[in-house]
Design a protein around this ligand. Sequence first.
Ligand SMILES: [Fe+2]
Ligand SMILES: [Fe+2]
Length: 184
Amino acid sequence: MSQTVIDLIEADHRDVEMIFEKLKRQPENRPALVAELAAKFVAHARAEETKVYPELAKAKPSERGEVHHGVEEHHEAEELLAKLMDADPDKPEFMRTLEQLIKAVGHHVEEEETEILPAMAKAIPADKLVKLGRVFSQAKADELATPPKPVGRTKQELVDQAKEKGITGFSSMTKDELIDALSD
Ligand SMILES: [Fe+2]
Ligand SMILES: [Fe+2]
């Protein structure tokens, strides 16, 4: 039996959880592990956003809100990932940021595995889920083959989003303050 997109997504989640464990236990390998995590996380998230989530939104329009929420959670995790990449692996800030990232990703993975993936299993026929698995893998491979872009939103993107959400006082906020205000 060929693997469905759901099997592949769940396998990626277990892989990321393993990288988190290694990040905690192997301080000497942290720079390489953070780079591996960032590349895999971003490729997985973009492939979900461009190839997988839209198929669910099409098959079951009532899941649109859930899908939109999933994309926001990817962005939040990517801000933390960017912070982790900047942090000195030997300083306490690294572990603090890692714990925040593990919590954010854990929350998203749980929602995906209890809401989004089961909804897909119900709404999309099995043979299509297998085909979608191939599309998902190809999108990830394409993303991994392109040179890495900076992870996280730019200050201008954050300001634009703050304006859109009607957040006041954004013009005097730092990047971290904008990220906090947007995640409230
Ligand atoms: Fe995922
Ligand atoms: Fe996701």
